[in-house]
Design a protein around this ligand. Structure first.
Ligand SMILES: Nc1ncnc2c1ncn2[C@@H]1O[C@H](COP(=O)(O)OP(=O)(O)O)[C@@H](O)[C@H]1O
Ligand SMILES: [Mg+2]
Length: 264
C-alpha cells in the first residue's frame, strides 16, 4: 500500500491528490494551476491571475486558507475575517511566512466563483461505491460562504442550498442540467483516477467552484468527506441514500451537524 494512504484518514496531501488527477487529460482542464508555495510561485501565479488562494497541503475545514488579491495600489491578504494590505508582494509573502511557519502550503489559481449577494459559493459532490462497487454520485450540495469569509466550508459558517435553487435563476433549467451532468462526470473521472492507485477508496467529496462561464473547477478532493452538508438539504432522501451507501462499505456516520447553516 502506498505511503500516502493513511488507512482511515484517506489521502491527506492535496498535492498528492492533485498530481494523480493531472494524469487525466480531461481532468487537467478543470484543475486550477497548483504549486508548492514560494515567493517565485506566488509571483508567477499573481502575474497571471491577479487572485490566488494559499492553503495548507494537509488542511481541512477551510482552516488556514487565505486569498491574495491585486488591488489598485498593492496587494491584499484575506484569511478568517481579517484583511491585511501590502504595497509589495514580497512584503505580503514575508507576512504570510510568519503566519504559516513551516507548515507546507500550496498556492493555487483563484477561481472567480459564482456569488450570492456578494458571497462566493461552490459545490460539494459526494461520490460513493454502490453495492456492486461501482462509483455513483449520490448528492450535491451548494455552500455559500459566510458573509465575512473567503471560504465556503460549513464549519466556517457557510450556508447550504440545493444547487438548483442557486443555479436555475443564474442559467435556467436546461443549462443547469448540463452543468450538473458535467460536475457528475468530473466526479466519476476523479474517482476512476484516484482508485487506480488507491482501490480501497469507497467515497470521495469533490469541492467544485463554477466560474462565470459556468465552467466547473476542482478545488480539492476529500477522501474522508463529511456528510453534514447533505443533512441541511430540503430533500431528506439525499442524506438517507448517502448513509445507506456508506453502510454498504462499513462506514457509519455520526451526524451531529450543527456548524453549517440551512438555507432560509
Ligand atoms: N482556488 C480557489 N479559488 C477559489 N476559491 C477557493 C480556491 N481554493 C479554495 N477556495 C475556497 O476555500 C474553501 C476551502 O478550500 P479547500 O481547498 O476546499 O480546503 P479545505 O480542505 O480546508 O476545505 C473552498 O471550499 C473554497 O470556498
Ligand atoms: Mg474543502
Amino acid at each position: 500500500m502506498s505511503a500516502n494512504y493513511q488507512g482511515k484518514r484517506g489521502i491527506a496531501s492535496k498535492m498528492t491528490k492533485t498530481e494523480l488527477l493531472l494524469r487525466s487529460e480531461e481532468l487537467t482542464k478543470h484543475i486550477p494551476t497548483t504549486h508548492w508555495l514560494g515567493l517565485k510561485e506566488l509571483t508567477t501565479l499573481m502575474d497571471r491571475h491577479r487572485m490566488v488562494y494559499v492553503k495548507p497541503d494537509r488542511g481541512s475545514k477551510g482552516i488556514g486558507v487565505m486569498r491574495v488579491k491585486k488591488t489598485s495600489n498593492g496587494y491584499e491578504l484575506r484569511g478568517g475575517t481579517r484583511t491585511f494590505k501590502f504595497s509589495s508582494l514580497a512584503g505580503l509573502f514575508r507576512s504570510l511566512q510568519v503566519r504559516i511557519g513551516d507548515t507546507p502550503y500550496l498556492v493555487q489559481k483563484g477561481i472567480h466563483a459564482l456569488k450570492q449577494e456578494g458571497r462566493p459559493y461552490d459545490f460539494r459532490v459526494m461520490i460513493q461505491r454502490n453495492s456492486n462497487r461501482k462509483w455513483e454520485c449520490t448528492g450535491t450540495a451548494a455552500r455559500v460562504a459566510h458573509p465575512d469569509k473567503i471560504v465556503s466550508n460549513g464549519s466556517q459558517g457557510g450556508t447550504i442550498y440545493s444547487p438548483a435553487r442557486l443555479l436555475v435563476p443564474v442559467c435556467g433549467e436546461a443549462e443547469f442540467k448540463q452543468l450538473q451532468e458535467k460536475m457528475n462526470r468530473l466526479a466519476l473521472l476523479t474517482a476512476a483516477e484516484l482508485s487506480k492507485k488507491y482501490p480501497q477508496l469507497n467515497e470521495l467529496g469533490l469541492d467544485l467552484a463554477v466560474d462565470k462561464k459556468l465552467k466547473p473547477w476542482i478545488l480539492e478532493v476529500n477522501t474522508r468527506p463529511d456528510p453534514c452538508p447533505f443533512t441541511k438539504l430540503d430533500d431528506p432522501t439525499i442524506i438517507r441514500r448517502i448513509v445507506q451507501y456508506a453502510k454498504g462499505y462499513g462506514r457509519h456516520y455520526t451526524l451531529n451537524c450543527n456548524k453549517a447553516k440551512k438555507a432560509p
